[in-house]
Design a protein around this ligand. Structure first.
Ligand SMILES: [Zn+2]
Ligand SMILES: [Zn+2]
Length: 249
């Protein structure tokens, strides 16, 4: 996550009604590259973009990959990092609305200080409450995640999507060009254009078949094609048994 302690009141005020400050600086808002570029110039660094989701701006629908309105954290990760003398930071993954549990410790991500019961301000020092200053790390027992999902299938889908998200974030610094939605459609075109109806069914693609995305794969007009959801992209990875690396690197 790109730290949000640098304030851009003029820029942020325009987006106040539609997105949290976290989304504006770390997310998929059209203003995000402007802010990140400004911070890169101020800090003489060229790699800060990879702390944000901005590289995926032309793939994901911003309404589908929301960031949380305030910081979330895994208390176990904080505690472990402190005991191991590691840097305390806020991984971008924790801020994505879809992500409810720490994938490593299987506990809920928290967003309220256990000492003062307040949500974090977005301008905070990682690991400490922005209100009372208390340390937020704590060891906890893992949850039985199956009780939080309707079925094992739903849990598997969630865990698969989380691993895709982790990989998408991890490969960001190594992208040779900004990923485009046409990369996804080109892949679909290449792998679906020769398939008949049964072939598509074999790929578990049946729910897409009426979609213009598959029905007209020969169309080269990507301008009218919408950006996609995490679920859509995850289904591409799953159906073709590929990883984000294989599609975008
Ligand atoms: Zn954790
Ligand atoms: Zn507190």
């Amino acid at each position: 996550m790109l730290a949000t302690f640098i304030r851009y009141p003029d820029l942020l005020s325009r987006y106040k009604k539609t997105a949290s400050n976290l989304s504006v600086i770390n997310g998929l808002q059209s203003i995000t590259p402007v802010i990140v570029t400004a911070i890169e110039q101020l800090t003489s660094r060229q790699d800060l973009y990879s702390l944000t989701l901005m590289s995926w701006l032309k793939v994901f629908d911003s309404a589908e990959l929301l960031l949380k309105p305030s910081c979330a954290w895994c208390p176990y990760c904080y505690q472990a990092w402190r005991e191991q003398g590691q840097v305390i930071y806020i991984p971008l993954l924790w801020l994505i609305e879809y992500v409810k549990f720490c994938p490593q410790h299987q506990i809920s991500l928290e967003n309220t200080c256990p000492s003062c019961n307040q949500k974090m301000l977005n301008f905070c020092q990682p690991g400490y409450c922005s209100h009372c200053g208390e340390w937020l790390g704590q060891t906890k027992y893992p949850l039985k995640l199956t009780t939080y999902f309707r079925s094992m299938g739903c849990l598997s889908t969630y865990q698969r999507n989380i691993s895709y998200l982790q990989e998408l974030i991890a490969i960001t610094p190594y992208l040779s060009k900004q990923p485009q939605i046409k990369d996804v459609y080109s892949y679909l075109h290449e792998h679906c254009v020769h398939l008949d109806e049964q072939g598509l069914k074999d790929l578990s693609f049946s729910f897409w078949m009426s979609s213009h995305l598959i029905a007209k794969p020969q169309s080269s007009d990507t301008a009218c094609k919408p950006r996609i959801s995490l679920h859509f992209l995850s289904e591409v990875f799953r159906c073709f048994n590929i990883t984000p690396c294989q599609l975008f690197l």
